[in-house]
Design a protein around this ligand. Structure first.
Ligand code: SF4
Length: 252
């Protein structure tokens, strides 16, 4: 019966299904609606996700807008000179890496799909087929594939970016040996299909606002009593131990 109630997992153990549901419930309650951010055409989502790497949403959107002004059609973009494309997306960072990556993807898609680069067939395909297709493109990994599945196609996927990876490790979903490539399969095993996309949104927001890189702010975290990492963090910083509400100890 104890497995049916949310509890802090022992170190090295994953959260139980009841704990996963409670983590989701508290994220939603503490952070507000966890709706996914956008629903774009699959190709647009793919391109936006490549531009998102290692930058903020604002800079990604600037880079995307500048790129579309300079290359208004997919065909023009696929034929772009790499230096011109890098110039256009400079505001998104890592332009000299992202430009050749985008061109390799678009040119491969043109080989496979023809000039239209139409990926609308993905709306009718199984998630497994879409994932397999996307990860066979040059430079496309499981995170990018999961973003297209989750945000463009509305499928049950849980993209593991740097924030989700860090938070998932601290919460016990992933052990120290689990690398980023394997993390997607582990997270999707642990989180039920109905919760995956919103759990991704909640974990990203928690990672940006509270469970930050460096010292996590466990003292204000709504998951404090469910997290196997918080006792050691709070032990190192005893003055931050626990917020009190109405004289009772509890989560923030
Ligand atoms: S309790 Fe601390 S380590 Fe655990 S998820 Fe919250 S901020 Fe991160």
């Amino acid at each position: 019966m104890s497995d049916e109630r949310p509890h802090r997992p022992r170190r090295g153990r994953q959260p139980s299904p009841a704990t996963v549901r409670e983590i989701y419930r508290r994220l939603r309650s503490a952070l507000g609606p966890l709706d996914p951010p956008r629903r774009l055409d699959p190709l647009e989502e793919l391109v936006v996700t490549v531009l998102s790497q290692n930058t903020s949403d604002v800079n990604r959107d600037r880079a995307y807008a500048a790129m579309r002004r300079r290359f208004p059609t997919w065909e023009a973009l696929a034929d772009a000179d790499p230096h011109e494309l890098a110039d256009a997306i400079r505001s998104g960072g890592l332009a000299n890496i992202k430009a050749p990556r985008l061109l390799a993807i678009l040119r491969e898609l043109r080989e496979r799909e023809g000039k239209s680069l139409d990926l609308s067939w993905m709306r009718r395909a199984s998630p497994g087929k879409v994932r397999e297709y996307l990860t066979s493109l040059p430079g496309v990994g499981p995170k990018t594939a999961a973003c297209v599945l989750a945000f463009s196609l509305g499928r049950a996927a849980l993209p593991v970016d740097t924030h989700v990876f860090r938070v998932a490790r601290r919460l016990g979903f992933l052990d120290q040996r689990t690398n980023a490539a394997r993390a997607h399969a582990v997270m999707e095993d642990a989180v039920s299909p109905a919760l995956r996309v919103r759990m991704h949104v909640g974990m990203i927001r928690l990672g940006r606002e509270i469970c930050r890189a460096g010292r996590p702010r466990c003292e204000v975290c709504p998951l404090q009593d469910l997290c196997p990492t918080s006792p050691s963090v709070l032990k190192e910083h005893p003055t931050l131990r626990r917020p009190r509400r109405n004289g009772r100890k509890g989560v923030a």
